[in-house]
Write a protein of this length. Structure first.
Lengths: 324, 218
């Protein structure tokens, strides 16, 4: 029975013959009319004679930065995250935040910062919030390598197409049918997540290397990261967690555990004005989906000066554009 | 830069992972390894060797350098009915918790050289790819995403795979597929094992047998 459901919902993943015992991969079906792109693999890159060897090298450098961003710990990254922590499957998997759409849809207006953004600026956003860091300089070798990796993953994809199947983390919608519940989420977490991420949410490390990333606290994403939105985390969890078992939690379990995780403290939002409630109001189009600046257990979440391991609040590159 | 309070959480985690219990005594463990438990449990060395090297041809896994918490959990699972190995179930049947911890502590402290399986370079290359990069298009995540950098293991839940015998690794992956082994957390291992084809199993097992374990004994 489960196998039938698995195949019906399979989406872009094609599985080999199932063993006698198996855990289904349950991913949402693409909606009718949605554009679907299968991003190329490294093998495709190596076999692609149309791409110059010099460019291949730069694409692979970008891929290496993407997969092991911790090599830039203390330079670009000040928490325990790698790009692949959220953009799983090398950033090429549908339903796992595939990154190629950034290359086909940008430059475009983004609600988050209310101006037209370049691909570099979008990548800088990830570094500033999700990695609690300082982005590579615009135009630098590292930034260009990352851009090259994104653009290559988009090879063959339709430019400006925005109705993309498996894009982002939002397929559960913005709000659950039944309100998300912290206590239920704590139970879901203990039963399904703690084995890897730890009962204290601090992840697990071996010889100083991150294996399972922290989900809250100093070394996790900061209060400005997209993942702090409960709906983003809920969709990420639903289609990616526990690792190897996408779709195994119910929608409500995903909402509840996302609420639980995102009710914990984390490094300050780089856009902080000095007052979390005020910052929440100022960026309400974003923070209305987070718990930042709201009261929880007698404290205002995010009302603190803690920037984690990062020795500053806001990277200089985060600035408005006016095109005047 | 104020640090968040994590003390309570850490205490809770230690309880969850069972780290709070008394440590095993390697000297007492060595005695059990050499002489058995006197209640029907054979001396471990008969199959696993005094150094925990195991025996690939006979299918006895290497225990040297494996995390003591992991080893102890496996022995408890055999003893308490969560494991079905016909050799290990009777051998573990009468072990006390302390004896289990002692044996586990002893073998964690041992070291042994890997016994690399004969395999073509192309097989080893496929194995390395699956271990380090996985095959996401088939939703086979890299072994290292749970078993850690260089497959050296993570805590007491995700054992070191580096340097394990290829035959044993293959048998375990097949045991998950057939349902003969079911003591993984939340079916995390079944999920991946169930998606591997025989060539992939062969390749992963061969590659891992060529790696060296940096266990506590080294």
């Amino acid at each position: 029975m489960n196998k039938l459901i698995a195949f019906a919902l399979l989406g872009a993943v094609s599985l080999p013959l199932m063993a006698e015992n198996s855990v289904p991969v349950q991913l949402p079906a693409f909606k009718e009319g949605q554009y679907v792109h299968q991003a190329p693999s490294v093998d495709d890159l190596m076999n692609d004679d149309s791409i110059k060897p010099q460019l291949k090298e730069v694409i692979l450098k970008g891929r290496d930065l993407f997969m092991n961003t911790q090599q830039k710990r203390g330079e670009y990254v000040f928490n325990d995250m790698n790009c692949k922590s959220c953009h799983m499957g090398e950033g090429r998997m549908n339903w796992s935040g595939p990154v190629w759409p950034a290359a086909t849809t940008l430059p475009d207006f983004r609600g988050k910062n209310q101006h037209v953004n370049s691909l570099e600026e979008r990548i800088a956003g990830c570094f500033s919030f999700s990695m609690n860091g300082k982005p590579p300089e615009y135009g630098s070798d590292d930034m260009l390598a990352l851009v090259a990796y994104h653009q290559w993953l988009a090879k063959g994809a339709q430019v400006y197409e925005t109705n993309i199947g498996g894009r982002g983390f939002s397929h559960l919608g913005r709000e659950p049918e039944q309100p998300a519940d912290y206590e239920r989420g704590a139970q879901v977490y203990a039963d399904n997540c703690a084995v890897c991420h730890g009962a204290d949410g601090q992840g697990q490390h071996v010889d100083g290397k991150v294996v399972f990333p922290p989900l809250w606290g100093d070394n996790s994403y900061n209060w400005g990261a997209g993942m702090t939105r409960v709906f983003t985390a809920a969709s990420f969890i639903k289609n990616n967690m526990p690792l190897g078992k996408p779709g195994s939690l119910s929608d409500q379990q995903a909402w509840d555990v996302a609420m639980f995780v995102n009710s914990h403290e984390r490094p300050q939002d780089p856009r902080y004005t000095g007052d979390a409630k005020e910052t929440r109001e100022k960026y309400n189009n974003f923070h209305k989906w987070t718990r930042y600046g709201t009261e929880f257990n007698g404290q205002i979440l995010g009302q603190h000066d803690n920037t984690g391991d990062k020795p500053f609040l806001k990277p200089d590159v985060l600035r408005p554009r006016t095109f005047e | 830069m104020r640090r968040f309070q994590v003390g309570l959480g850490l205490a809770a985690m230690m309880l969850t992972l069972g780290l709070a219990r008394a440590e095993g005594d390697p000297a007492a463990g060595q005695q059990l390894v050499m002489q058995g438990d006197g209640k029907g449990g054979a001396p471990c060395l008969a199959c696993h060797g005094v150094d925990g090297a195991g025996n690939d041809a006979a299918g006895f896994p290497r225990l040297a350098g494996l995390d003591a918490g992991y080893l102890a959990r496996q022995l408890r699972d055999y003893r308490d009915g969560r494991g079905s190995d016909p050799i290990m179930v009777p051998n573990a049947a009468n072990l006390s918790d302390q004896q289990i911890d002692d044996v586990a502590a002893y073998y964690q402290g041992q070291s042994a050289q890997p016994t690399p399986a004969a395999a073509d370079d192309s097989v080893l290359a496929l194995g390395e790819k699956l271990v380090k990069q996985g095959d996401w298009d088939s939703y086979i995540v890299p072994c290292e995403s749970c078993h850690g950098p260089d497959s050296q293991g993570v805590g007491s839940t995700f054992p070191a795979l580096a340097g394990q015998h290829a035959g044993y690794l293959r048998k375990q992956l097949e045991a998950w597929q057939s349902g003969a082994r079911t003591n993984d957390e939340n079916q995390l291992m079944l999920a991946i094992a169930g998606r591997l084809n025989p060539q992939q199993i062969e390749a992963v097992a061969a590659y891992l047998s060529h790696q060296s374990i940096k266990g506590a004994g080294q």
